[in-house]
Design a protein around this ligand. Sequence first.
Ligand SMILES: Nc1nc2c(ncn2[C@@H]2O[C@H](COP(=O)(O)OP(=O)(O)OP(=O)(O)O)[C@@H](O)[C@H]2O)c(=O)[nH]1
Length: 167
Amino acid sequence: MSVQIQDTPGYVKDDEVSQVADMLRCVQSSEGFLLVYSITDYRSFEYIRHLHQHIRKVHSDTKTPIILVANKGDLLHVRQVPSEAGIQLASELGCSFVEISTSENCQDVCDVFQDLCKEISKHQSSSNGEKRRGSIIPRPKSPNMQDLKRRFKQALSPKVKTPSAMA
Ligand SMILES: Nc1nc2c(ncn2[C@@H]2O[C@H](COP(=O)(O)OP(=O)(O)OP(=O)(O)O)[C@@H](O)[C@H]2O)c(=O)[nH]1
């Protein structure tokens, strides 16, 4: 699997038409999403719903992989967004949730990207499976051998014309 990562701007104003168009293009070409906010910035948390709506506009499939990521987990003394709020939002949006600190634990970052890749791969194989199932042409029923034998014998036997058939 090859991975291409696209970082989008933190905030995109709705009246910045070209920025919105750029973001929608990026969303369109993506197969999975990490929605990241900072636990020290309530505005970044609130903005997640907005980003999620943009994704849904483009990917109506509710199974498109999305992970909600709460970042800056090391800055607990200036926390504005409780973990519970993140968990609640993730459940509302139907996605998974993780709280990490990119500056303190780079393994967390690797893990979250790996988890997203796994979800994308699972999603791809399940949607490919659905496509395949939808395109299968039903196989003809296997012939009834007794019936075939009977018809074969009938075809070989000399035809006797009955009087009624002659009339
Ligand atoms: N303490 C701490 N600081 C962090 C963490 N992650 C990022 N930062 C800092 O937060 C600031 C913003 O980080 P960026 O990586 O520019 O964030 P961004 O999401 O790209 O921001 P946008 O440009 O708005 O998209 C930088 O000063 C980072 O060093 C973290 O986990 N802990």
